[in-house]
Design a protein around this ligand. Structure first.
Ligand code: MN
Length: 414
């Protein structure tokens, strides 16, 4: 009689509904969309430091930025393009000739040409007709191909655009030589089920060979939607370290990689043991603190305080941890606090080879609980005040803005 497994895994029961690509390539957006997080700015040297780490960890494509944004941005892209990294360096361009030329000059080997696709974007933002969008897209794709670049054609807001237009646009740009087709859920309104339907429809109509998705996290579904897209055969997910990005951010590199690796056993090419360090570097350079409860790399991802949990963990880590912290380069912490139990104390005492008799153990436990509950929240209050001041209005302050305006053009006397 065979022994029963310690944990059941039901993922095998749904394997028939997943159609993963043979090879998955990660496209990282931390240095472009991630940098568009309000208040975030990376210097060229900082971009290089992050890019080196991303390349080392196994990311295949790095979006370095939009060269036409500023001279410094163009210099950043050039620096990365000339760094000799294993990852491909990509730069982004609107379907505007000047943007495309700036990418060609930057030395990046890959370009992402982007334009909006939904009616609301066409009418109110671009003020272009579908035919005009199509013409601009084709011109940009052709120019970039002629310059010898690997071309990704991207539409913003793809999943709120009419499917017939999406089909026309992507078939034409594919025909014109676009190497990779990128579908965006720009405002994060997809759900896994609907996204899979959309992608199946796209696949049937356009027959992409190399395709990406760009998912935003407005409803907290960026990772789930990206995973759904991979299940539908998309082979090049867009991700950001720590889930950085516009508004609520993008799908997180850590989460998407570990969903594939740890839950499904799908090879990702990502050296997951380096994720914790990469996450800390991006936290430092972006200045955006990790949420304590961020999946996989947050401070609490492998912390245990409650007595029942700590006791379980000490007996067998599978009780309350889905994977070993070392898998993402993190470490386990047992927290002493209000919910602590005796098992954690016994374990803690071992650090110095100590044991305590039962009555003293009970007293120690009581003392720890009393201290925690009466410790006050002063440190948190001070930190939160600073945090709220900083993040409720990042970037230039109102006072600085009006000072600049006054210096440029003093207000006329009333
Ligand atoms: Mn985006």
């Amino acid at each position: 009689m065979s022994e029963r497994p310690l944990v059941e895994s039901y993922h095998e029961n749904t394997a028939g509904e997943r159609h993963f690509a043979d090879r998955i390539t990660f496209w990282d957006e931390t240095l472009r969309d991630g940098e568009q997080t309000p208040g975030v700015y990376f210097s060229p040297e900082e971009k290089l430091a992050v890019a080196e780490r991303l390349s080392d960890i196994g990311v295949g494509v790095i979006d370095a930025g939009i060269p036409v944004v500023s001279e410094k941005e163009a210099a950043s892209v050039k620096l990365l393009a000339e760094a000799g990294l294993k990852a491909k360096i990509l730069a982004s361009a609107r379907t505007v000739p000047g943007d495309v030329e700036a990418v060609i000059r930057s030395g990046a080997s890959h370009i992402a040409v982007f334009v909006a696709a939904s009616e609301v974007h066409l009418r109110y933002k671009l003020q272009m007709t579908q035919d005009e969008v199509l013409a601009a897209s084709l011109a940009s794709v052709r120019r970039a191909k002629e310059a010898g670049l690997h071309v990704a054609f991207v539409t913003e807001d793809t999943v709120r655009a009419p499917l017939d237009f999406v089909e026309r646009l992507y078939r034409a740009t594919k025909e014109a030589g676009a190497d990779r087709l990128v579908i965006s859920d720009t405002v994060g309104i997809m759900t896994p089920l609907t996204f899979r339907w959309f992608l199946r429809e796209f696949k049937r109509r356009v027959q992409p060979t190399d395709w990406s998705v760009h998912c935003h996290n407005d409803f907290g579904l960026a990772t789930a939607n990206t995973l759904a897209a991979l299940e539908e055969g998309v082979n090049c997910p867009h991700v950001c370290v720590n889930g950085l990005g516009e508004r609520a951010g993008n799908a997180s590199l850590e989460e998407v990689a570990l969903c594939l690796d740890a839950l499904y056993g799908v090879p990702t090419g990502i050296r997951t043991e380096g994720l914790h360090e990469l996450s800390a570097l991006v936290e430092q350079l972006s200045g955006v603190p990790l949420a304590a409860n961020k999946a996989l790399v947050g401070y609490n991802a492998f912390s245990h305080e409650a007595g029942i949990h700590t006791h379980g963990i000490l007996r067998h880590t599978l009780t309350y941890e889905p994977l070993q912290p070392g898998k993402v380069g993190g470490s386990r912490q047992l927290i002493l606090g209000k919910h602590t139990g005796k098992a954690a104390l016994v374990e803690k005492l071992k650090e110095r080879g100590r044991t305590l008799p039962e009555p003293l153990l009970a007293e120690l436990l009581r003392e720890i609980k009393v201290r925690t509950e009466s410790s006050g929240k002063g440190a948190h209050d001070r930190l939160l005040k600073q945090y709220r001041d900083l993040f409720s209005h990042p970037g230039l302050s109102d006072a600085e803005f009006w000072e600049l305006v006054s210096a440029l053009a003093p207000p006329e006397a009333a």
